[in-house]
Design a protein around this ligand. Structure first.
Ligand SMILES: Nc1ncnc2c1ncn2[C@@H]1O[C@H](COP(=O)(O)OP(=O)(O)OP(=O)(O)O)[C@@H](O)[C@H]1O
Length: 698
């Protein structure tokens, strides 16, 4: 009994990208040439995500009446277990499910819905039940045995994780915007041989390996399930065909390990494109470990027990190696030592999300088995997986190309704006790169250079993880349809059409990308040229400013070129030009203005030089030739010359004033002097007036 709480606790979480999410660029791991590519989860991927472990304690069975209970639980997280040496040991797990836990609570508390969500997002997920024989593995995974294998499937309280998952999946499918295709396969490993539970007549199947899919079962029938009843029928069919046997501890004991795999292929529409993700979830019901002393197995069952125990022993070795924190990456993991561990490779230390449900009995009769299961479970919690999303490689290429096109369009718009700012024009024509390239001896700036965010291209796109055999899913071998299925041929022709369309789309995107790249390179080059020109002109203008300032100092005594020095920075720290303050055209007009101003000052200087020579020549004839020859324009001399010029012009002005004054007085005097009359005295007065006027003029 749980010491503190019987109520269901908040379930633990699986790291997930969330539904309908298209992975972000940085998370995409793509490997050219593969059928599927993998995408690391944004969080769990690189750092790893531990295998989650829940421990379920079944109630005592009828035949165990009177057995003592040696297990207590606390808070749905802790187990106190009284071991054989009578010491009580405490264990902590992701979830602890006491005897009274219902099937519904198992689903909730183990967050099985979260795992299904992940599988629908394109991850691989595995749920496996582990424990001694009769501990409740099949009950937990599939449900009440009395109801298993019956023709009509009806939902009931005793149904286990698998049928609950089927219901949940279909519920989610209607809630999501994606289109889902569901397929399923069901295999068992019996005495180290793989058999198809959906097609038992196919005999022994082989476990193969390839870089793309890791280990997979060759020729396993994969059934398309269009309704949830198709999938339930698959479960029903497989359980019916599974090898079971009677022994002392369980009259209906599973004698094989079974693996039901549900493939969830999702299609998401994004910008008129369809992206496919290949998620899957595997339900593994392991055969129970057993002690021959207790089961009293004989004959064929004895052989079965030997094989079961052997493969579980290797599973234990794999778990031990993987949980060794000293770093199992260098160690040899004996996956290949059994079929079970080969097929669980992706789930243990691979790219799946995984949940182990360890089943135990509360009876102290099974103390050793329970101890062993708890130890297994504890070690398993240390195993880290690196979950990845699987996408179709072609879809992934298209996805990447589209993103690159979008990025380049953004970059090019940005570059255009920048060039417009630099030129001061509202529109720019992008010249052909071939016309420009010869100017710099073919050293066009690279796409990655410059201040713009560079585009990551597809080198070094990470590893390919094992994935299910998408080829076998699209296999030309006919699928065995159980109910309401579509024909395999229809599926193939649809895939062919999609593939042709996909190729065309990729070609189109490639073409657009090439044009955008060329335009990008041209604009980067143009920007580079303009920046260089800009830099030269800035430098020249700075020189002109200081020259003008010097000249102004000489002629006026101070610099009026106040703007000087403000444009000192040619480029900003990020390499961009100082277009914030100066456009290219502004610099050119500034340059022209400076040149005109300097020309004026120079002209004035030449005039002054003439004046200086003239004045000095008038006063000190001997220095004239010396000044002329030495071309000496010492500022003091120029200032002296300016002073003399000023004095001279003042004097000239005064003389002019005096002259005009004299003229005025003369005019007045002339006016006041009697004018010659026409009378007799005319001759004498006229002659005296003329004499007076003459003397005035003089
Ligand atoms: N939590 C439970 N509540 C009620 N009955 C249970 C529970 N767990 C197991 N049982 C019952 O215990 C019996 C053994 O369970 P089950 O067959 O699931 O064990 P198992 O671990 O799969 O055994 P094996 O490895 O031999 O196949 C079954 O009759 C089952 O109905």
């Amino acid at each position: 009994m749980d010491k503190k709480s019987k109520a269901s606790k908040k379930p633990f979480a699986y790291k997930s990208q969330g539904q309908n999410s298209i992975p972000q660029r940085s998370e995409v791991a793509y490997s050219p040439g593969s059928e599927t590519s993998s995408v690391r989860s944004s969080d769990g991927g690189m750092s790893g995500e531990r295998v989650k472990v829940a421990v379920r304690i079944r109630p005592l069975m009828k035949h165990e009446k009177g057995h003592k209970n040696n297990i207590e639980t606390e808070n749905m997280k802790k187990i106190y277990f009284k071991s054989a040496d009578s010491n009580t040991r405490a264990y902590r797990f992701n979830a602890v499910l006491p005897c009274e836990t219902t099937q519904d609570q198992v689903f909730e508390n183990c967050n099985i819905g979260g795992l299904i969500d992940s599988a629908m997002d394109g991850y691989s997920a595995t749920i496996f039940a582990y424990g001694q024989t009769g501990s409740g593995k099949t009950y937990t995974m599939a449900g009440d045995e009395k109801r298993l294998g019956v023709e009509e499937w009806k939902s009931h309280e005793g149904e286990g994780i698998i049928p609950r998952c089927v219901n949940y999946m279909w519920q989610q499918m209607t809630n999501r915007n994606e289109q889902f295709y569901v397929k399923a396969s069901f295999a068992e490993i019996y005495k180290e041989q793989i058999q198809d539970l959906l097609n038992p007549s196919s005999g022994i199947l082989h476990c193969r390996w390839n870089a793309q899919n890791g280990f997979f079962v060759e020729d396993l029938v994969v059934v398309e399930c269009t309704t949830k009843y198709d999938l339930l029928a698959v479960l029903h069919e497989g359980i019916k065909n599974r090898k079971t046997g009677y022994h002392n501890l369980n009259p209906d004991s599973s004698r094989s390990h079974s693996i039901l795999t549900v493939y969830l292929i999702s299609e998401t529409k994004n910008d008129h494109d369809i992206y496919k993700k290949y998620g899957k979830i595997s339900f593994v019901d392991l055969a129970g470990s057993e002690r021959l002393k207790e089961t009293e197995s004989k004959g064929e069952m004895l052989k079965e027990t030997g094989n079961i125990n052997k493969s579980l022993f290797i599973l234990g070795k794999v778990i031990s190696c993987l949980s060794d924190r000293k770093g199992y990456s260098n160690a040899h993991i004996p996956y290949r030592d059994s079929k079970l561990t080969m097929l669980l490779m992706d789930s243990l230390g691979g790219s799946s999300k995984a949940l182990m449900i360890a089943c135990i009995s509360p009876s102290e009769v099974y103390t050793d088995e329970t101890q062993s299961t708890l130890n297994y479970a504890t070690r398993t919690m240390n195993i880290k997986n690196k979950p990845v999303i699987r996408m179709d490689a072609k879809e992934q290429v298209k996805f990447n190309l589209k993103r690159e096109v979008q990025l380049l369009r953004l970059q090019n718009n940005f570059l255009k704006q920048e060039l417009c700012k630099l030129t001061g024009e509202s529109h720019i024509e992008v010249p052909d790169v071939s016309e420009l390239n010869h100017l710099v001896g073919g050293s066009l700036p690279t796409m990655e250079g410059g201040m713009l965010p560079s585009i990551h291209r597809g080198k070094d796109r990470g590893q390919i993880s094992q994935s299910f055999d998408s080829k076998s899913m699209m296999s030309d071998k006919p699928s065995k349809m159980l109910k309401n299925g579509k024909s395999g041929f229809a599926m193939m022709s649809r895939d062919f059409e999609a593939e042709t369309k996909g190729k065309e789309d990729i070609q189109e995107l490639d073409g657009e990308l090439a044009l955008l790249r060329q335009e990008n390179a041209q604009m980067r080059y143009q920007r580079e040229l303009m920046n260089r020109e800009f830099e030269t002109m800035m430098y020249e203008n700075n020189g002109l400013y200081s020259k003008l300032a010097n000249l102004e100092k000489v002629f006026i005594g101070e610099s009026i070129t106040s703007e000087m020095g403000e444009n000192g920075d040619v480029s900003d720290s990020d390499g961009s030009s100082s277009s914030k303050r100066y456009s290219h055209s502004l610099l050119v007009s500034e340059n022209n203005e400076l040149r005109a101003r300097i020309e004026n000052v120079e002209q004035e200087k030449i005039d002054l030089k003439g004046t200086l020579i003239q004045i000095e020549g008038e006063h000190t004839p001997s220095t004239r030739s010396t000044r002329e020859e030495s071309n000496d324009y010492d500022p003091q001399n120029v200032r002296n010359a300016l002073h003399i010029k000023q004095v001279k012009s003042d004097l000239e002005e005064q003389i002019q004033l005096a002259q005009s004054r004299v003229n005025q007085i003369t005019e007045k005097l002339l006016d006041s002097y009697p004018k010659p009359s026409s009378s007799s005295s005319k001759k004498s007065s006229s002659s005296s007036y003329m004499r007076f006027k003459k003397s005035m003029n003089k």
